[in-house]
Design a protein around this ligand. Structure first.
Ligand code: C2O
Ligand code: CU
Ligand code: CU
Length: 475
């Protein structure tokens, strides 16, 4: 226990004595994920501890690490004051393990447990987070990395996982509780004032040695913030996007990194720089330094060029038999379609965000239905003034690039304001799967829907269905 942890524990005991009869909480076992309150020092010694919600008493939650093909088997214990679930972002798993309240399972109530167990078909960088009132639960600290190792070890000298998040803290390092406000929901979501990298503000990473080969795994766990990443002093090779290996390419300038996204980068540490910085320049006039470090020490002999990661197995596309669907996104601030009740609309239909969106109850009829193994082409037409990183559960997608070819595998597509993008995917396991914007405030104020694969109906809460979707226009 270092000094910081000791002070933290002492702080907790002090708090416990204050409320009386309080005991040190039991340490979580290795097959448990406990969501509960904790206090953590985020801004350094000069600031008080911040009350947070976290998994296994830490923010970010523990790094869960397994090997491709293994089964992840964990009991989730909800010790929060609110219902919750865990969604395993990017993992292809059976629908009833997907963690979507009201659709794939009932929300786990305070004091209740839920057992998650599923195989891990893909190697890569994934993450986990709740799917209930995500804007608040992420915004209070509930997120963690899920790393699936390749079956054969990838040769690197070192690995770094950077979980990037964005909190709103006041002057006393407290989180103001104004999560559900109409302004954030109808604009760019809740942008915090404190960007954290592994739960710390601008951490200095352990120095890199010249010539070292580092695998950097980046995870954007922010509720709303899109970053435009720039690496000074490094020349990263992009080797995987959203967990899935891509043809490696050297990063020429910047990377758009939207909520939910992951990037795996190979860094062959240059002998020419003495330090490096990871920056965000999404708003050019308000740049953020995210992490930094030094390059020093004995040089390591350079290695041969990195050949790429072994690919994950994906079902083959059959474009000739593809079904075509269209998702028209409307609403948000500046739109005459938005109302106080329904801020966002998909294909002309909105949700009343006030009454039921947090736990996805009263979710609408699926946007479309299809058989398993069907190739889908989907046009996402963003008629709003806002960015929407549209995330699909249960499938891996590709986005059509400017030259007409299909891009790398990923699990969300960032759709720019007043732009349309076409994606394709092959439907896989049966069930009802979510499509939503990963700006959590957009998601929970109505920018969400589902698609149904197969004729298996997994919906447990039919009686709450209030609105039916219109038929989807096919192009
Ligand atoms: Cu990170 Cu519905 O997902
Ligand atoms: Cu997801
Ligand atoms: Cu959005």
């Amino acid at each position: 226990m270092n000094r910081r942890q000791f002070v933290g524990a002492a702080g907790l005991v002090g708090l416990g004595l204050g409320v009386g009869g309080w005991q040190l909480a039991r340490q979580p076992g290795s097959n448990e994920i406990i969501a509960r309150k904790l206090d953590q020092q985020l801004l350094g010694e000069d600031y008080p501890y911040t009350p947070l919600w976290g998994f296994n008493d830490q923010v970010p939650g523990p790094v869960l690490r397994r090997t491709q093909g293994e089964v992840l088997s964990l009991t989730f214990k909800n010790r929060l004051p609110e219902p919750s679930t865990i969604h395993w972002h990017g993992i292809r798993l059976p629908n009833q393990m997907d963690g979507v309240p009201g659709i794939t399972q009932a929300a786990v109530q305070p004091g209740e447990d839920f057992h998650y167990e599923f195989a891990l078909p893909d190697a890569g960088t994934f993450w986990y987070h709740p799917h209930v009132a995500t804007y608040e639960q992420l915004g209070r600290g509930l997120y963690g990395a899920l790393i699936v190792n390749e079956r054969e070890a990838v040769e690197v000298d070192r690995e770094e996982i950077l979980v990037i998040s964005d909190l709103h803290l006041d002057r006393r390092a407290m989180i103001p509780g104004d999560f559900k406000n109409l302004h954030d929901a109808s604009h760019a979501g809740r942008l915090g004032n404190t960007i954290l990298c592994n739960g710390q503000k601008i951490p200095a990473l352990k120095a890199f040695r010249p010539g070292e080969r580092v695998r950097l795994r980046l995870i954007n766990a922010s509720s709303a913030r899109i970053y435009r990443l720039r690496f000074d002093g490094l020349a990263p090779l992009v080797v995987a996007i959203d967990g899935h290996p891509c043809a490696p390419y050297t990063l020429a300038e910047t990377l758009y990194f939207s909520p939910g996204n992951r990037f795996d980068l190979i860094l062959d540490i240059p002998k020419t720089s003495a330090s490096f910085q990871l920056k965000d320049e999404f708003f050019p006039a308000m740049q953020n330094l995210l992490a930094q470090g030094r390059i020093e020490g004995e040089p390591v002999p350079a290695r041969a060029a990195f050949a790429g990661l072994p690919p994950n197995a994906h079902p083959a596309f059959d474009d000739r038999s593809a079904e075509r669907v269209k998702l028209v996104l409307e609403g948000g601030a500046l739109s005459d379609k938005a109302t106080r009740e329904s801020i966002w609309l998909i294909n002309g239909k909105g949700h009343n965000h006030d009454t039921f969106i947090d736990a996805h109850r009263a979710h609408p009829e699926p946007l479309f239905e299809c058989r398993s193994g069907q190739t889908m082409h989907c046009l996402i037409d963003n008629r709003t003034a806002w960015f929407h990183p549209m995330h699909f559960h249960g499938v891996v997608l590709q986005e059509r690039e400017a030259d007409g070819r299909w891009g790398p595998y990923r699990d969300s597509a960032l759709v720019w304001p007043f732009k349309a993008t076409e994606i394709r995917f092959v439907t896989e396991l049966p069930g009802e799967w979510m499509i939503h914007c990963h700006v959590s405030e957009h998601h929970h104020s109505g920018l969400m829907g589902t698609f149904r694969v197969g004729d298996v109906c997994t919906t447990r809460q039919r009686p709450w269905v209030m609105t039916a979707w219109g038929s989807v226009t096919t192009a």
